[in-house]
Design a protein. Structure first.
Length: 124
């Protein structure tokens, strides 16, 4: 398990496992953020999930930070498309265009996570 969490993964089976784990975590955080956005009128709740999720993924897997960040952020508009296709009534009535703003906290969280990982590498 500790081999998967190493920073410089070789391009082999270990690298694919690391990338798969990062993307699986991103899908979980993205689905969670999308479901919160569909059920809540507050913006801060899903932004916090996106920010914290991408920060955690980027701190654990810095090589896969940007791909995971894109996946987490893309799940929020996808949830709205899914809600529109299933005729789900949204509590806030937020338009699909405003969900694109989920990419901002996603990239900020990924950048902060990678930065924290680099600082810990230098210090320890």
């Amino acid at each position: 398990m500790l081999d998967v969490l190493q920073m410089d993964s070789t391009p082999g089976a270990s690298g694919r496992a690391t990338q798969g784990l990062a993307l699986a975590l991103a899908a979980v955080f993205g689905a969670w953020a999308g479901s919160i956005d569909l059920r809540s009128e507050e913006l801060a709740s899903y932004v916090l999930v996106v920010l914290a999720g991408t920060f955690l993924i980027a701190a654990l897997f810095p090589r896969n930070a940007w791909g995971a960040s894109l996946l987490v952020a893309a799940c929020v508009p996808f949830a709205h498309v899914y809600a529109g296709m299933t005729a789900m009534v949204l509590p806030a009535g937020a338009p699909l265009a405003s969900t694109i703003l989920a990419f901002i906290p996603s990239f900020l969280g990924a950048a902060a996570g990678v930065l924290l990982r680099r600082v810990f590498e230098v210090l320890y």
